[in-house]
Design a protein. Structure first.
Lengths: 274, 315
């Protein structure tokens, strides 16, 4: 049964709480870029994607590649909430012996498709998976979540060229356009704009949405499935750290977890009763 | 009769195209040179051109392999290992995916194109990666057999092939076992360990040495990683000294692998033939072999140094 927009929003909120808990417990990690993509991840895992947590290797599943691998906490949260593994495992994030490595590793956690974490490589991997789907005459789709900062890496544009050349309409890229990278604003570090024009020039369908509007996300994902020839990119404008006032638009929380006080405050803001 | 390894790679791929529907071949604008064009002729739908984009090529290969394909990815050795080393590390070696990186145009025998195109560091780069198997066949026949063998092997492989034609020294249709060296000539005075085209030079050197009364054993070390320690151990127990020969830097390749083994297990004299921490340049292959000290004569000289050191140890 399909979740309503309201239910998806509540899922996103649960994922945000999980991100705060897991990264705080770990004492490190990347909460900022996890929170900015929480709404999209909820829409993907609880509405758009055709997947079965009881059968992670199901041949016809839709695949998800987290190119911005540092946002591993939000992926793990989505997988755990979906039922791929027990939610308690989230508290072992980044701990020795846990499958929940600092950056995602294929084969260590059910539901993690590819090893990522070194930026700029996920879209190529997603293209390869999409191409294999085409070669095998399959109908599944491949979703790839990219950071905006990593689009400064040239390999993405090699992949963008490839996806259009091979008419990978089963590939849907999503750019988490939170405008912040470690150094600061993306436009002062290495300007990406006009970003939609770049994708258009590479022959992609381009959609620009508010990445915190669940209705816009759900509609964009539905529309992306209709593409008959070209790959689609959804550029979603987001706020890094979204949902926790003191983390919002704060580069400091790119790669730093909340301390005990901040954790409590963040969870209160997210309406957690723990 | 002179044969090029890359032609036999192409021939093997064309056969594999018929045999295994899960094989996909990917190339970066060099199919006519790497001979993946033979696969393209046999199975055009499973040949993927990526253009001049090696980093993307590795990512695509990774995604294809993650979807159950056996992927052969080819370009020149410099680009196949250097341009996209970190892509290979993250997208292929770490997740142990079934990608065979088969590079042609290794070593200085590339010739006239010069240093930019002469891979002398590729084995070092690939050998350092966990989960990676590294293969360097001795001639065209072995290139064919190794291609067929690695198609059956699950996991990441790097195989280096040459551009030039040279006479084969192994038997056509001899079976190839990954990780198994072969003794091409038995001897008791010194162990010559060669890889790639240098195996033929080792055989030539052994002939010259025989005329001088030196009895050299020649090992074809066609798998650099994992190194066939058993064959080395047995030979060195008998001979007590060794020389390695490779068309590669002495840093990080065959010589280094043998040195690491000897230092740990049986510290015996070793002389290395290879490029001495230097880039190549334009020239004919034979001029370059001469200048960079990679001729059968250089190997024979190294044998004498190794033998002298063995004598000193025994005194």
């Amino acid at each position: 049964m399909e979740l309503t927009i309201g239910e998806l929003e509540r899922k996103a909120n649960i994922l945000r709480q999980d991100v705060i808990e897991a990264t705080s417990e770990a004492g490190s990690g990347h909460p900022g870029g996890s929170l900015s993509s929480a709404d999209m991840m909820a829409a993907l895992y609880f509405r758009a994607m055709n997947h079965d947590p009881t059968d992670p290797h199901w041949e016809d599943r839709d695949r998800f590649v987290l190119s911005k691998g540092h946002a591993a906490p939000i992926l793990y949260a989505a997988l755990a909430e979906s039922g791929y593994f027990p939610k308690e495992e989230l508290l072992n994030l980044r701990k020795m012996g846990s499958g929940l490595q600092g950056h995602p590793v294929r084969g260590k956690v059910p539901g993690v498709e590819m090893s990522t974490g070194s930026l700029g490589q996920g879209l190529s991997m997603a293209c390869g998976i999409a191409l294999a789907g085409k070669l095998d005459g399959k109908g599944h789709r491949i979703y790839c979540l990219l950071g905006d900062g990593e689009l400064q890496s040239g390999q993405n544009w090699e992949a963008a060229m490839f996806a259009r050349h091979y008419r990978l309409n089963n590939l849907i890229a999503i750019v988490d356009r939170n405008r912040l990278q470690i150094t600061g604003n993306t436009e002062s570090a290495m300007s990406l704009e006009p970003l939609p024009d770049k994708w258009k020039a590479f022959g992609w369908n381009v959609m620009i949405i508010d990445g915190h509007s669940m209705i816009q996300i759900v509609e964009a994902l539905a529309k992306a499935k209709e593409s008959e020839t070209n790959p689609t990119v959804i550029i979603m404008n987001t706020v890094k750290g979204k949902g926790v006032s003191f983390m919002e638009n704060n580069c400091g929380f790119h790669g730093k977890a909340c301390n005990a006080n901040e954790r409590g405050e963040a969870l209160r803001e997210l309406g957690c009763n723990k | 009769m002179k044969l090029a390894q890359r032609n036999y790679y192409g021939r093997a791929l064309a056969e594999l195209a018929e045999k295994d529907p899960d094989i996909v071949v990917i190339d970066a604008d060099l199919a006519d040179s790497t001979k993946t064009s033979e696969f393209k002729k046999a199975a055009p739908g499973r040949f993927i051109e990526v253009g001049v984009a090696e980093q993307n090529m590795i990512g695509i290969a990774s995604g294809l392999a993650a979807s159950g394909k056996t992927v052969f990815a080819s370009t020149f050795a410099v680009f196949a290992t250097g341009r996209c080393w970190e892509q290979i590390r993250l997208a292929v070696a770490y997740p142990k995916l079934n990608v065979k990186i088969v590079a042609t145009h290794c070593g200085i025998s590339v010739g006239e194109d010069g240093a930019s195109h002469q891979a002398l560091e590729d084995m070092a780069l690939m050998r350092a990666l966990p989960n990676m198997t590294v293969i360097s066949p001795a001639d065209a026949y072995e290139a064919y057999a190794a291609t067929m063998a690695i198609a059956e092997l699950e996991g990441p492989v790097y195989m280096r092939l040459g551009r030039a034609e040279f006479p084969p020294i192994t038997e056509e249709d001899a079976p190839f076992t990954v990780g198994k060296a072969s003794v091409l000539r038995e001897g008791s005075d010194v162990t010559l360990v060669g890889t790639g085209q240098m195996v033929a030079f080792c055989m030539e050197a052994a002939d010259h040495l025989a005329e001088e009364g030196i009895d050299a054993e020649v090992i074809n070390m066609s798998t650099i990683k994992p190194l066939d320690k058993a064959t080395l151990r047995a030979s060195l127990r008998k001979t007590g000294c060794s020389v390695t020969a490779e068309e590669h830097s002495i840093i990080g390749g065959l010589g280094a692998a043998v040195a690491e083994f000897l230092a740990r297990e049986m510290p015996l004299p070793l002389e290395m033939i290879g490029t001495m921490d230097t880039f190549g340049e334009s020239g004919t292959p034979s001029q370059l072999f001469e200048k960079y000290g990679l001729t059968p004569g250089d190997i024979a000289e190294a044998v004498k140094r190794s033998l002298e050191r063995k004598m000193e140890l025994r005194e």
